[in-house]
Ligand binder design. Structure first.
Ligand code: PLP
Length: 423
């Protein structure tokens, strides 16, 4: 079972991370967000992640309280007094609806969470933690939007970017320590990791790389979107910060955009909240509510989807039209041993290659149950030929990224095998 850090959970605040708005300086939590269940694990009452996903972020048990924190549609709140200040504006300190989502994801990750308008909103706030001129090390294979954000920033002179193959632990450790294309010999200020990666499903040795980051004095961020907070807890492996596109598995229904950043320390969480406040990268009220509702069923959705992913990966491997399958659950996948060590399950994302772009496009067109669509992590299976996107030159033209949903596995297989025959 997953090893959540009791120390980190004990450190969780009992409300939102206080906004660092200036002026006014300190604000107090509104009572509505103050008594959330934080999914604490105690020796007397340990809770497993599947239970934390269901219980954390709920109002504590008082008669007459609703079971769920309500959808708070408010930007403006009655002012407090000098003796009892409150957050008066949602962009500054959030709402009870955001706090509930943050409490639940923070409890699962073992850190302090801040919700954002989208995964990219959270990624931008994370990148704002490093100073101008920073050296950033990023995987060559990682989410294209984050890579674009990094390269745009580099073009503006905000930072220098070095790309690494994160499956090559020694080369990545060397790059973090100072070996890099900019030849500065300077250690990295930020190590950006993603595991498994989008879309090649590469697995990084998170423990070794987080250690290398710490030794170099770099902040280590792990994009945990593919693994989900149930599949992997990077903070327990040594990361400083975690990113989720909650748009994906956490929301789980392809009906919202939300991002979450989780910090190991209160100080970094407060800095992220300040970035959110000043950039206005705030989550929508309905989106935060729906993301938490999605999180409640993540354990069952993920269990079902990853079981199907294992079955489908094994069958695809045997299919004559398929040249390669990447899924860390396959015993001979290059990421298998590491994933078995650092993940709980192997996730619901896989990729496979057919003979080229035309064959891959034909498969996408022929599918009837699986949807050809760009996003992932929903109850519905989706597939996309990723090399069609800009900035994805390292991706084989015939590679299909497949997000396995919760449909019956035999219907998925019938659909896939028919489409492969047609393609
Ligand atoms: N990280 C990963 C791994 C993603 O796949 C995505 C989106 O596809 C993001 C971050 C960005 O998230 P969002 O689309 O919610 O901004």
């Amino acid at each position: 079972m997953l090893a959540l850090s009791n120390a980190l959970i004990a450190e969780l605040p009992t409300g939102a991370v206080p906004a660092t708005r200036s002026p006014p300086p300190a604000t107090r939590r509104r009572p509505s967000g103050a008594d959330l269940d934080r999914g604490r694990m105690t020796a007397a009452s340990p809770r497993r992640p599947e239970t934390i996903a269901v219980t954390a972020g709920r109002p504590t048990a008082a008669p007459g309280e609703p079971l769920n924190v309500p959808l708070v549609l408010a930007s403006n709140f009655r002012a407090g007094t000098p003796d009892a200040p409150v957050t008066e504006y949602s962009r500054d300190g959030g709402t009870a609806t955001w706090h509930a989502l943050e409490a639940a994801v923070g409890a699962l990750e073992g850190g302090i969470a801040a919700a954002f308008a989208s995964g990219m909103g959270a990624a931008t706030a994370l990148l704002d933690l490093v100073p101008v001129g920073a050296r950033v090390v990023v995987p060559t294979d990682s989410y294209s939007g984050v890579r674009a954000l990094l390269f745009d920033g580099a073009a503006l002179g905000r930072w220098n970017v070095d790309q690494v193959d994160i499956t090559d632990t020694a080369a990545t450790v060397a790059a973090v320590a100072g070996a890099g294309s900019d030849s500065s010999g300077r250690p990295a200020d930020l190590l950006w990791l993603e595991s498994p990666t989008n879309p090649l499903i590469d697995v990084a040795d998170l423990t070794a790389l987080c250690r290398a980051g710490r030794e170099a004095g770099a902040l280590v961020v792990v994009d945990n979107t593919f693994a989900t907070p149930l599949g992997q807890q990077p903070l327990t492996l040594g990361a400083d910060l975690v990113l989720h596109s909650a748009t994906k598995f956490i929301g789980g229904h392809s009906d919202l955009l939300t991002g979450i950043a989780v910090a190991a320390s209160r100080d970094m969480a407060a800095r992220l909240v300040r970035r959110r406040q000043l950039a206005g990268a705030t989550p929508g009220a309905l989106e935060a509510f729906l993301a938490l509702r999605g999180l409640r069923t993540l354990p069952v959705r993920l269990a079902r989807a990853q079981e199907s992913a294992g079955v489908l990966a094994a069958r695809l491997l045997e299919h004559p039209a398929v040249e390669r399958v990447r899924y860390p659950g396959l015993a001979d996948d290059p990421g298998h041993a590491l994933a078995a060590q650092q993940m709980n399950g192997f996730g619901a994302m896989l990729s496979f290659e057919v003979s080229g772009a035309a064959a891959a496009d034909a498969v996408c067109r022929a599918l009837r149950v699986v949807t050809n669509a760009t996003s992932l992590g929903g109850v519905e299976s989706t597939i996309e030929r990723r090399a069609k996107l800009a900035g994805q030159e390292h991706i084989p033209p015939g590679l299909l990224r497949f997000s396995v949903g919760v449909e019956h596995v035999e219907d998925l297989w019938d659909d896939l095998s028919a489409a492969l025959a047609a393609g």
